[in-house]
Design a protein. Structure first.
Length: 293
């Protein structure tokens, strides 16, 4: 039986808190979760939002399953208590598959996870040729393969584990972009052409990857639909929050980096860019809603 990583601690919508804005933490191993954070800002304007980046632990890929679970618990559990978080969004595919069952067994607040948007890709693909651009860890998970068999059994699905692409996104955010040739080589396996057609949908199965979307589009050998789950994750969080009974001023978003360093200069740029991989027009957050870190 599969585990619904997108679900919260309950299956019904419930008011999280009364009398103050709910505090929602968005957690990732680095800056990749900013793509989800920007969407949550847009869809939950009455919530108090805190971005939690475990940049001191980045990358999570080389960690064993146990080490990754231990690391997430070590970082996140004290903040759940000290920040009095009412909900946590795990904006990381690998961390979601491993840590959400543990977190949900230890805490009563809702947790929302991140999963590869394979179902969406299959519904949008006309050629029935879909690629999933992910980290090697996500590609290796049984959970990912179960999603393919459940939702895309009639598609030719290519799983692409890009070993260093998340690190390249981190570098880009810190003002040190890698070359086009490196990015082009990383995404090249996603583009498959055969006698029946060619790839027309690519799932961005790591929250870091939408940070490089403009470069992906420029370097792609042909146009495809790039599918980013950020909007769906934000919708799920907003649904779980339900009607927010918040009085007074909502504090602006803020960020916590475990390394103790300041947010990268591109933090505001990412929130204002609001790039979507789908066709929905995005309403961007106003600058006044984006706090300095």
């Amino acid at each position: 039986m599969g585990v619904d990583l997108m679900a919260g601690a309950t299956t019904t919508t419930a008011r999280l808190v009364t009398g103050r804005p709910p505090r929602v933490g968005v957690f990732d191993s680095g800056v990749g979760g900013l793509t989800v954070f920007a969407e949550i800002i847009r869809q939950m304007p009455k919530a108090e939002l805190i971005y939690i980046a475990d940049d001191a632990g980045f990358p999570y890929g080389p960690l064993s399953d146990k080490a990754l679970i231990d690391r997430v618990l070590f970082v996140l559990e004290p903040l759940i208590e000290s920040e009095r978080l009412d909900m946590v969004v795990i904006a990381c595919n690998t961390a979601s598959t491993l840590t959400l069952p543990v977190l949900r067994s230890r805490h009563y607040i809702p947790f929302v996870g991140t999963v590869p948007a394979i179902k969406t890709a299959a519904s949008l693909s006309r050629s029935r040729r879909v690629s999933v651009l992910a980290t090697p860890g996500t590609v290796a998970r049984d959970y990912t393969r179960d999603l393919v068999s459940t939702h895309a059994s009639d598609c030719r699905v290519t799983l692409v584990g890009a070993a260093d692409l998340a690190a390249h996104a981190e570098a880009e955010m810190h003002g040190a972009p890698v070359s086009d040739s490196v990015i082009g080589a990383a995404i090249a396996p996603c583009f498959v052409s055969d006698e029946g057609g060619r790839t027309d949908a690519v799932v961005l199965a790591c929250t870091h990857y939408p940070l490089l979307l403009a470069r992906f589009e420029a370097l792609a050998p042909w146009p495809v639909t790039w599918i980013n789950p950020a909007a769906a994750i934000a919708r799920r969080a907003a649904t779980l929050a339900g009607e927010i009974d918040a009085r007074g001023t909502v504090p602006p978003p803020r960020a916590i980096f475990t390394s103790g360093s300041a947010c990268p200069a591109a933090f505001r740029d990412v929130l204002l860019a609001g790039r979507q991989a789908d066709t929905d027009a995005s309403v961007l957050p106003e600058p006044s809603r984006i706090a300095a870190c």
